[in-house]
Ligand binder design. Structure first.
Ligand SMILES: [Zn+2]
Length: 465
C-alpha cells in the first residue's frame, strides 16, 4: 500500500514537473541511426542542416568519432518522430506504392528527402523514412486486373475491401485503378504479389543496388504465362535464361560508364503478339576507383598492336552460351589469394618508356602478386575458348562459364589447357609469368559479364545469380 502511494506521488510529481517545464526542443524529434560510411557532414547535408545544428541537438556526441549504430537526433523536423531508416527504391516502386508499403505520409516523405516530383524515384536511390515502433510494413503486393474491383480482390485475399482501402490510402473501396500497386494485410503470398509492372509480370527486380561502375547486376523476371522477357539496361541488351520458372539475366556495368541515370526497360510479348513494357530510371554510382601511372614497353601501347587484340578478345567473350556451368561462389585462381598488387577499375595512364607516348584506360582485372611458375586455378567450371600468346596480354587463356560469363588469365609463363577443354573448378590451367604488357611476373584475372569487364572480387565474395 505504501509502495503504491509512493509510486502515485512520484508519478504525480513527474506529471507536474513536465507540465511546468516545457520539454526541451533537443529531446524531441526523429532519430537517425548512423550507417557505415556516414560522416557528420554527410548526414547534415542529407537533412539540409549544418554540422553545428547536429552538434547542438546532440551535445553528447563526439564529432571526431561517429560510431555506426549511434543514434542522432535530427532537429528541425517538427511533427516527425520515430527512427529514420534508409530504404532503397527498387524496380517497380512508385511514390504511391512506396507510401503504401511504408505507411508514411507523402508530406513526410517529401520533407525528409526533399523530393520535388514523384518521377524522382529512381531505382537505387536511398530514401529516408520514419519508422514508428510496432509499425506494420506491408510486403504482399498485388495489382488489380482490368475491371477487377476491390471487392473481388478482397474476396480472393480473404480480406475486406475497407481494410484494403484504408491500408492503401484510397478514398473508398472504388478508388483502385487497374495496374496500380496495392498492399494487402495478409503476409507475403507470392501468388498474389505483383508490382508496379504491367499485369503480365508476376515480378521483376534488379540487384544489387545501388548499381556502380564495374558491378555485376542480376535482373530477374517472372511472367504469368512464362512469356519471353527482353530488357535493355543503359545501352546493353540483356540476355535472359530460364531457370525454375524465372528468367534471369546477368549484366556487367562498364567501369567507365559515366555515373548518372540510365533507363531499365523490360518487356514481355504475349502469345497474341501484344507487348507489355515498363521503364524506370536507375542510378549508376561511381566505383570510386583510384588512378595510377605505369611505364611500359612502347610496343605494347601501340594501337596497331592493341586494337586488333582488343577486337579478338571482345569477339571471344561476346557469345552467350545458354548453359550455366558454374554453381555458387567462384574460388580464387591464385596460390596466394589475398595478395593483390592492383585492383579492378583503377584508372591507368600508360607511358611508353623512352617516348612521350601515353594511352589512358582502366585496369580490367585483378592482379595477384608475383611468383613466376606458380599454379593458376580455374575459379569455376567452364569450357576453354581461347589459349594463345598475345602482344599485350602475353600468354592468355579464356574460360567460358556460360550465360555470357567469361574469365581471362593473362601474362602466363605456360598454358596448360587447350581450346575445347572442359575445366573443373580448382583445376590447374597454367603457370604465372611475365609475358606481354607487364612490369613484372604476376597473374592478371578478369571477369566478363555480357560484354563488360566487372570487378572479379565480387565474384569471390557473392553468389551470382
Ligand atoms: Zn592486371
Amino acid at each position: 500500500m505504501l509502495k503504491r502511494l509512493i509510486r502515485f506521488l512520484l508519478t504525480a510529481l513527474f506529471v507536474l514537473n513536465t507540465a511546468v517545464h516545457p520539454v526541451f526542443a533537443q529531446t524531441e524529434g526523429p532519430v537517425y541511426i548512423v550507417q557505415p560510411g556516414d560522416t557528420l557532414f554527410a548526414i547534415a547535408g542529407r537533412f539540409n542542416l549544418t554540422v553545428n545544428d547536429l552538434i547542438e541537438a546532440n551535445p553528447s556526441i563526439d564529432p571526431g568519432s561517429l560510431a555506426v549504430g549511434q543514434e542522432l537526433l535530427i532537429p528541425g523536423l517538427d511533427g516527425l518522430t520515430g527512427k529514420l531508416e534508409t530504404e532503397v527504391v527498387t524496380f517497380g516502386d512508385s511514390l504511391r506504392s512506396l507510401l503504401r508499403r511504408t505507411q508514411v505520409s507523402e508530406d513526410q516523405l517529401r520533407r525528409l528527402n526533399r523530393l520535388i516530383s514523384p518521377s524522382e524515384l529512381y531505382v537505387g536511390i536511398n530514401l529516408i523514412l520514419p519508422v514508428q515502433e510496432g509499425q506494420t510494413s506491408f510486403t504482399a503486393r498485388f495489382s488489380p486486373a482490368p475491371a477487377e474491383s476491390l471487392f473481388e480482390i478482397a474476396i480472393k485475399q480473404g480480406s475486406d475491401p475497407w481494410a484494403l482501402a484504408s491500408i492503401n490510402k484510397l478514398d473508398g473501396a472504388w478508388a483502385a485503378l487497374p495496374a496500380d500497386v496495392l498492399y494487402s494485410p495478409n503476409t507475403n503470398d507470392e501468388s498474389s504479389s505483383a508490382s508496379g509492372l504491367p499485369s503480365e509480370f508476376v515480378s521483376a527486380s534488379i540487384s544489387p543496388l545501388p548499381i556502380h561502375q564495374g558491378s555485376t547486376e542480376v535482373i530477374r523476371a517472372r511472367t504469368a504465362g512464362d512469356t519471353p522477357v527482353s530488357a535493355i539496361l543503359a545501352d546493353s541488351t540483356l540476355q535472359f535464361f530460364s531457370e525454375n520458372g524465372e528468367q534471369i539475366a546477368l549484366q556487367g556495368i562498364h567501369a567507365l560508364l559515366e555515373p548518372g541515370l540510365y533507363p531499365l526497360k523490360i518487356q514481355t510479348t504475349l502469345p497474341d503478339g501484344s507487348v507489355q513494357s515498363f521503364e524506370q530510371m536507375v542510378v549508376v554510382t561511381s566505383g570510386n576507383y583510384l588512378e595510377e601511372e605505369l611505364v611500359v614497353d612502347p610496343a605494347t601501347i601501340d594501337p596497331l598492336a592493341t586494337e586488333p587484340e582488343n577486337i579478338t578478345i571482345l569477339s571471344v567473350v561476346s557469345p552467350s552460351t545458354p548453359v550455366r556451368y558454374w554453381n555458387g561462389q567462384f574460388t580464387s585462381p591464385a596460390v596466394y589469394p589475398d595478395q593483390f598488387t592492383s585492383f579492378f577499375g583503377t584508372r591507368r595512364i600508360y607511358h611508353g618508356s623512352g617516348t612521350d607516348q601515353t594511352i589512358q584506360g582502366f585496369h580490367g582485372g585483378l592482379d595477384f602478386s608475383g611468383g613466376e611458375g606458380l599454379e593458376i586455378f580455374a575459379p569455376a567450371p567452364g569450357r576453354v575458348v581461347f589459349a594463345a600468346p598475345l602482344t599485350v596480354r602475353g600468354n592468355a587463356t579464356i574460360i567460358d562459364h556460360g550465360w555470357g560469363v567469361y574469365s581471362g588469365f593473362w601474362h602466363q609463363s605456360e598454358l596448360l589447357v587447350s581450346v575445347g577443354d572442359f575445366v573443373e573448378q580448382g583445376q590447374v590451367i597454367g603457370l604465372v609469368g611475365g609475358t606481354g604488357r607487364v612490369t613484372g611476373a604476376h597473374l592478371h584475372w578478369e571477369v566478363w559479364v555480357n560484354g563488360a569487364q566487372v570487378n572479379p572480387l565480387e565474384w569471390l565474395n557473392q553468389i551470382f545469380p
